[in-house]
Design a protein around this ligand. Structure first.
Ligand code: PLP
Length: 263
């Protein structure tokens, strides 16, 4: 009898329920996976912003990773907020040890509210220790610019100029998310690999309720990869899922700020 694929989210908790681990559990469940979690940090957060970040002690992150990998047949891993270098190191060490088949790395750095979710000095560690272990990384435009140490691209032309550099990153595939290009009618993402570039189009949905968008997309990609889809199919299905969650977002009235997408 086929079993539900188990998808692990290694990420931070959003007390407001819209992003991070909470978004991942909803997205994985809604796309047909069974979600398990390793919590790297808890944030005191609502739709207005982050008021506090508490990184979980390293030994406890290690214990969570060992607990889930020892017992659960994990088909794919999604990685979100990692907070600092020490957490990145322990996650990298355990991924090398347990070698899961698919790793979707969302290089979370700054929340839409402007709050820092990864210490600046941890970016070098992320590049060295974790990028080589990922199946695909899913930066938005500012995150890609930070990884490449350049200014954030603002047009298709500027994005396409970055492709050769993205191909030099120590990771087999980069899904560059173009959602920050506000003036476009579509939301285009670029899948960049050494072998070439493929674009994924979805209609741009106008809503203020976009909290948790990036978390949702990367968790859904991991879920679809864990169900046996190839990367292109997993991205196509995950984008369809996210479009639906954005279309439905205005039905939710959560908080006074940027509300979450609706799973
Ligand atoms: N909080 C946590 C714990 C997250 O992991 C993330 C994104 O990955 C955010 C907040 C940011 O959410 P957004 O930028 O969609 O508001």
């Amino acid at each position: 009898m086929p079993t539900t694929p188990i998808i692990l989210s290694i990420a931070g908790s959003d007390s407001g329920g819209g992003a991070g681990i909470q978004a991942d559990i909803k997205a994985i469940s809604a796309t047909g996976g069974y979600a398990c979690t390793v919590i790297t940090a808890t944030t005191a957060q609502n739709t207005l912003g982050v008021t506090d970040v508490h990184p979980i002690p390293i030994a406890h992150i290690e214990a969570q990773l060992d607990a889930v990998f020892f017992d659960l047949d994990i088909q794919a891993v999604k990685i979100g907020m990692l907070a600092d270098s020490a957490i990145i190191q322990v996650v990298a060490e355990k991924l090398r040890h347990y070698a899961p088949r698919h790793v979707v790395l969302d290089p979370v750095m700054v929340a839409t509210s402007g709050d820092l979710l990864l210490q600046q000095e941890a970016i070098a560690t992320l590049k060295e220790a974790l990028l080589p272990l990922a199946t695909v990384i899913t930066p938005n435009l500012p995150e890609a610019a930070t990884l490449l140490d350049c200014t954030t691209p603002h047009s298709y032309q500027e994005i396409e100029a970055l492709i050769p550099e993205l191909q030099q990153l120590a990771t087999p595939a980069v899904l560059l998310k173009g959602g920050h290009l506000q003036d476009q009618a579509d939301s285009t993402d670029w899948l960049v690999r050494a072998s070439g570039v493929q674009t994924f189009l979805a209609p741009r949905i106008n809503t203020h309720n976009t909290h948790g968008t990036g978390c949702t997309l990367s968790a859904a990609i991991a879920s679809y990869l864990g169900q046996g889809n190839d990367l292109e199919t997993a991205i196509t299905l995950a984008k369809q899922y996210l479009t639906g969650a954005l279309v439905a977002a205005d039905q939710l009235h959560i908080g006074k700020g940027h509300g979450p997408v609706h799973h």
